[in-house]
Design a protein around this ligand. Structure first.
Ligand code: ADP
Ligand code: ZN
Length: 805
């Protein structure tokens, strides 16, 4: 019997063993196969075959199911990507198929859905049926198959359908969906040999069409013909006459062409500064070695890291090896992607979630075929099937968006390092504010360090000043949002026709609706958080589950009319600045204003071209933008993230402040940053204002060592969800008991209600594991979960969590 292990995209399921029936050939590793799971048919990927795929001893020996079909005769995923997904499945303790899903392009999974069709018996007996059964049969009388989920839209319909099937009145089939080619095709009209000859009795329209087509030996897209006034009827007539043939042609969707979000920036020649030259000499030597190594490029904002990436990529590419560039979010860091496209043109592919499925699919296929040698993308691009990978660059490596916050919860930077090791590639991590993990690795010698201490062309760093909000409150009361120095500095910039960025990492107008009569605050019905006021749309909205309601005018608890709005977000800051400076051209960038695709690009390019004076926004505007006319950055409430009970709060605050200050004074004009805070002496804020990464690292590593937090230890966060608060705590407690067997080489903390104790209607309890030996912790946790599959289905395992909230 031939056996295969198949990874299937079903949460928390490991690979399953199937037998291969006689009629099918030997499947290759990495091929997609159709397999049955319960009553469904799903696509899986073969991850082991032949003698390697003998069933595990604990697998129940009998009743192995057959593979239904083999979809590929060559590996769909290349070997290096497959082994990366295997690593992800183990390291992040998720299912093999879940890890694979992260590597698959859109439309690669083919699934079945159920269709119901009336039988002969059903046709004859339909008239005698009553109620729901009669309704269902009535909808099927034309004999056509209908989707079961559509038929079962009414309550009670599923059991009724099952009984109708058992009684032989309907037949339920599972046709496969998604088998059609995922490529986009267009219909192309071409003149036939006959059409090239003189044609007799044709109308003027037809003659016109023929004339057009005769001038296009490769044929013409029928939509183009239509646009030129040749109707489909005319084309059809010519086809009937044998003068024109219609064929289908595959076309590739090119996101660079479709999307204003990805301007192509032509490469301009610059001479490297001495500091850049020294750094590049090291980087090139490492690339020349052609073996695995990790380099951390620590360069202050505006030090010209991108130029080094471009040159290094070019070197590696010329040696015939592939290059992968990861960026946190393409729309927020468009410059690097655009520069790469400008430098390498057609040889660049792009992979990120903002693309349509079709575009992503086509780009993926280009990479897989080897038509490109440079891939630019967000975290999932770490799985891109780049041939002969020689260099991986992770730009802004400290950025939290590299971590996927749903299963598989991988970190794009960390798996890049693993992939580099597996492929023998050089990995370069770049940042002005390296993560604690990466800088620690550079300190211990695991990573090599290159430093750029100065901005290019001797441009000074922005002068950062602290505004102590306690003094502002004392002078003007607790309602001050914009401090006097910030108001003055803004007015100054507006007068001088320079630009300003104002950051507040909290969106909405107000953060709490509070009743002055009964002290009730308006909470989300599904989550344990207050609803945020969004004034422009007159709604109160939950930022976790998106629940929203019309702004109430009376209290939901006591019906009193004295509702007050407390706290403030970006929408309020925008209103304040607009009221202070009525003539100023202001725009706001946060998740509320950029819902539409391309909206953010529009706003940023209007700012870049000087059509806007002030840009207000959340952390979205803090990233790697290069706006030379910005000479002021204002930070409202620098401490938004400091108060949070998260061990990374200090690190995140330091990064955000340093990055946003780095947006100021990048051109020829010197820049300034004003940081409003209630904790002027907190080390994160102090060191960010002095732009002193080294001092921050020393203080922070001290804190992590004392409190036993990563990177000094490994940590795993486990969240158990349940319908009740007690149920969640109890189930988490079960797991914790199993983990505390005595003598274990780690500590378990908890269980306790998660900081977000209720989310989307479910209660959540959590516990942490901390220890030096990550593998031992993971192994114990996986074993504990395996003994409780009922709990496992409701459990989130987060290895190396980035956010513990
Ligand atoms: P970083 O990514 O380190 O913040 P960038 O790579 O965005 O900095 O560089 C900042 C600006 O300096 C860019 O406009 C870039 O084109 C320019 N630049 C980089 N290197 C040089 C150089 N050697 N000479 C002149 N300009 C440079
Ligand atoms: Zn909610």
């Amino acid at each position: 019997m031939r056996l295969v292990h198949v990874a299937v995209p079903v949460p928390a399921i490991d690979a399953l063993t199937y037998s291969v029936p006689e009629a099918l050939p030997d499947p290759v590793i990495g091929a997609r196969v159709l397999v049955p799971i319960g009553t469904r048919v799903v696509t899986g990927v073969v991850i082991r075959a032949g003698s390697d795929a003998a069933p595990e001893p604990q697998d129940p020996a009998p009743a192995l199911k057959d593979v239904i079909d083999i979809l590929d005769d060559t590996p769909f995923l290349p070997a290096d990507v497959l082994s990366l997904t295997a690593w992800v499945a183990e390291y992040y303790a998720c299912g093999a198929g879940e890890a694979l899903s992260a590597a698959m392009p859109p439309r690669a999974w083919i699934e079945s859905e159920r269709h119901a069709q009336i039988t002969q018996a059903g046709l004859t007996r339909a008239a005698g049926e009553r109620g729901l059964r009669a309704d269902i049969l009535g909808g099927l009388l034309d004999g056509k198959p209908r989707r079961v989920d559509a038929l079962a839209a009414r309550s009670g319909a599923y059991p009724a359908l099952a009984r109708l099937e058992r009684d032989g009145l309907i037949q339920v089939t599972r046709p496969l969906k998604g088998t059609a080619s995922a490529f986009r095709t267009v219909r192309v009209a071409t003149v036939t040999a006959q059409g090239h000859e003189e044609f007799g009795a044709t109308g003027t329209r037809q003659l016109e069409a023929l004339a057009l087509l005769r001038g296009a030996p490769d044929g013409m897209d029928t939509t183009v013909l239509n646009a030129r006034g040749i109707t489909a009827a005319t084309v059809k007539r010519l086809v009937d006459l044998g003068a024109v043939a219609i064929t289908r042609r595959t076309i590739e969707r090119d996101p660079f062409e479709q999307d204003a979000a990805l301007p192509v920036v032509p490469r301009k020649a610059v001479t490297l500064t001495d500091e850049q030259t020294a750094a590049f000499t090291s980087l090139r030597a490492w690339a020349d070695a052609g073996t695995f190594a990790v380099g951390l490029l620590h360069g202050v904002t505006g030090s010209g890291k991108t130029e080094l990436y471009l040159r290094l990529a070019d070197e590696v590419r010329r040696r015939g090896r592939g290059v992968l560039l990861l960026v946190p979010e393409i729309a927020l860091t468009p410059s690097v992607a655009a520069l790469f496209r400008g430098a390498f043109g057609e040889r660049v592919a792009i992979q990120h979630s903002g693309l349509s499925d079709g575009e992503r699919h086509d780009q993926w296929q280009r990479i897989r075929r080897g038509d490109v040698d440079v891939v630019v993308g967000t975290r999932s691009a770490a799985f891109a099937p780049v041939r002969s990978l020689g260099l991986i660059i992770v730009d802004e490596e400290h950025d939290g968006s590299y971590k996927q916050e749903e299963s598989p919860r991988y970190h794009g930077r960390d798996i890049s390092v693993v992939r580099g090791q597996q492929c023998g590639a050089l990995v370069i991590l770049g940042s002005a504010t390296p993560s604690m993990e990466s800088f620690q690795n550079a300190q211990t010698g695991r990573y090599r360090l290159v430093t750029l201490k100065r901005r290019v062309l001797d441009r000074p760093m922005a002068a950062v000043k602290i505004v102590d909000m306690r003094e502002e409150y004392a002078a003007k009361g607790p309602d001050v949002i914009l401090s006097a120095p910030l108001v003055a500095a803004l007015g100054d910039r507006l007068e001088r026709k320079e630009q300003a960025i104002v950051l507040l990492n909290r969106r909405g107008f107000a953060t709490v609706i509070f009743c002055r009569q009964c002290a009730h605050t308006l909470e989300c019905p599904n989550c344990s958080v207050t609803l945020t006021v969004h004034k422009a749309i007159r709604r109160a909205r939950c930022h976790y589950c998106n629940y929203s309601m019309i702004l109430p005018t009376t209290c939901a608890n006591c019906a009193g009319p004295y509702l007050e709005q407390l706290g403030f977000g970006t929408e309020r800051v925008e209103a304040e600045i607009a009221a202070l400076y009525p003539g100023a051209r202001i725009a706001r960038v946060d998740r509320d204003t950029i819902r539409r695709r391309g909206a953010i690009t529009g706003l940023l390019s209007r700012f870049a071209s000087g059509q806007l004076d002030v840009l207000i926004g959340t952390q979205m505007i803090a990233k790697g933008h290069d706006f030379p006319r910005v000479t002021l950055v204002g930070v409202i409430s620098a401490d938004v993230s400091l108060g949070l009970a998260d061990f990374r709060a200090g690190e995140r605050t330091f990064q955000l402040l340093t990055q946003v200050s780095g947006r100021s004074g990048r051109g020829e004009l010197a820049g300034e940053a004003l940081v409003q805070t209630l904790y002027p002496t907190h080390y994160s804020i102090r060191h960010a204002c002095q732009q002193d990464y080294g001092a921050f690292f020393d203080d922070e590593i001290d804190f992590r060592t004392r409190m036993r937090y990563p990177p000094m230890l490994a940590m795993i966060n486990t969240i158990v969800k349940a319908r009740t608060r007690e149920g969640a705590i109890e189930d988490a407690g079960e797991l914790v008991r199993a983990l505390r067997s005595g003598g274990e080489p780690y500590k378990v903390l908890g269980p306790a209600p998660a900081p977000l104790s209720r989310l989307k209607g479910e209660y959540r309890a959590q516990f942490f594991m901390k220890g030096k030996n990550r593998a031992a912790m993971r192994k114990a946790l996986v074993a504990a979960l395996a003994s409780r599959p009922d709990i496992r289905r409701r459990t989130i395992v987060d290895v190396d969590p980035i956010s513990v909230l």
